[in-house]
Ligand binder design. Sequence first.
Ligand code: GLN
Length: 497
Amino acid sequence: MSFDVSTLSARAIRDGIAARTFSAAEVVDATYARIDAVEGAVHAFNELTPELAREAAGRIDAMVAAGEPLPPLAGVPTGFKDNMNLVGTHTTCSSKILEGFKSPYDCTAVRRLLNAGALPIGKCNMDEFAFGSSTENSAFGPTHNPWDLERVPGGSSGGSAASVSAGMVAVSLGSDTGGSIRQPGALTGTVAMKPTYGRVSRYGVVAFASSLDQIGPFARSVEDAALVLNAISGHDDMDATSVREPVPDFTATLGDGVKGLRIGVVRDMLELEGCAAEVRSATEASVKLLEGLCAEVGDVDLPMSQHGLAAYYIIGPAEASSNLARFDGIRYGHRVAEPSDVLDLYMRSRAEGFGPESIRRIMLGTYALSAGYYDAYYGTAQKTRTLITREFEAAFERFDVLITPTSPTVAFKIGERAEDPLAMYLSDVYTIPLNLAGLPGVSIPCAKCGTSGLPIGVQVIGKHFDEATMLQVAAALEGALALDMTPPAFPLHRRSS
Ligand code: GLN
């Protein structure tokens, strides 16, 4: 039976295996054939795991042969960001300091997805330690956007986004500290969501900023993203910040429409200087569509959220500088040869092992936390964080979900923002406030830019632990838009280098 694994949804793959239209083993073969054809141009993966995938497929095919019911993601090709541990793979965080580091145990979200039948296809490229918005900060070279190979796929989960966009896997996991799932989702035309903080266990994902990090899915449809969220959500004894909140079936309400739902358009964010005209008009058009589906639409301003970026670049680096202290040349990864003493070992191992952005974050964070500056910087940032959270809470008294663009611009050229960290940091102006407030957000493709043809994403923001309503709105919009998000002419492009 011939089938095109590069376009099938997770749901269709599972159902095809259950109906014996094709086997899980055939899905694996088709997946690696697709990867052979396009990965050279995209570089979405740091490591491919065909043995693990074949083993997992064997178990699924044995269940089919025995007539057993299949789990919800049986035989679905899946990518994992390379900051998530999975026994039998390396976990490098795209850093030289962790090159060759072998996962000692499984990340809970990864394990849960595999228990739901997913096939582990490989570990996805990322910005080093998830610092960045372009995947250019990877020690192993950048990932290329399947829509235009000269452009970035966004970041830091750029490999996870590009692997789904280029049809190499049906779904993938990324991590989002300030936008690292949603922003690459917007830039690659994929569905990308960050759950509520505490919804998904962080056990086994290498920490960037522990109070902001959250794991979530990339997919080619809202339904597939909901299926992944079903599988990875819920309390985990290994992560005290994962909550005991009940986990609904997030697919159950996807078809319920938006009639009567109150949708708030975050007006001041939409009018932010630096938001491209096409992004603004695509967002307005999405709102109009939702209005046409009988949603009650209104405007809201979130003036405190404009300070989110500033607060984030104190809190994020502060936590990162502490989390990254463990990479000292002794316990993990890269160690210099013949150090003169232990201090020399620490200093040179870290200087050689970390890339420039990681060093910048560690220095920023250490400075912000040092005596004399702590109250002025860290204390102020934490107060700002509280005010942002309260501002969202007030908005959610009037609205069921909020809408903003996901990224102020479409995908930019590789190298374009590399020398300008501030321009790079602005990529996350719409996504960061949610991490500070712990709120869930999903980005779905809402248009192709009139001039460049590149994808534009819109962000739907939900109340704490109300991913269901947020996904319901996203699904209604997705249905009304009915966009084809297959990268044009791909894989005809070839990377020249
Ligand atoms: N781009 C933001 C940063 O560089 C967010 C990264 C993330 O979410 N991991 O910090």
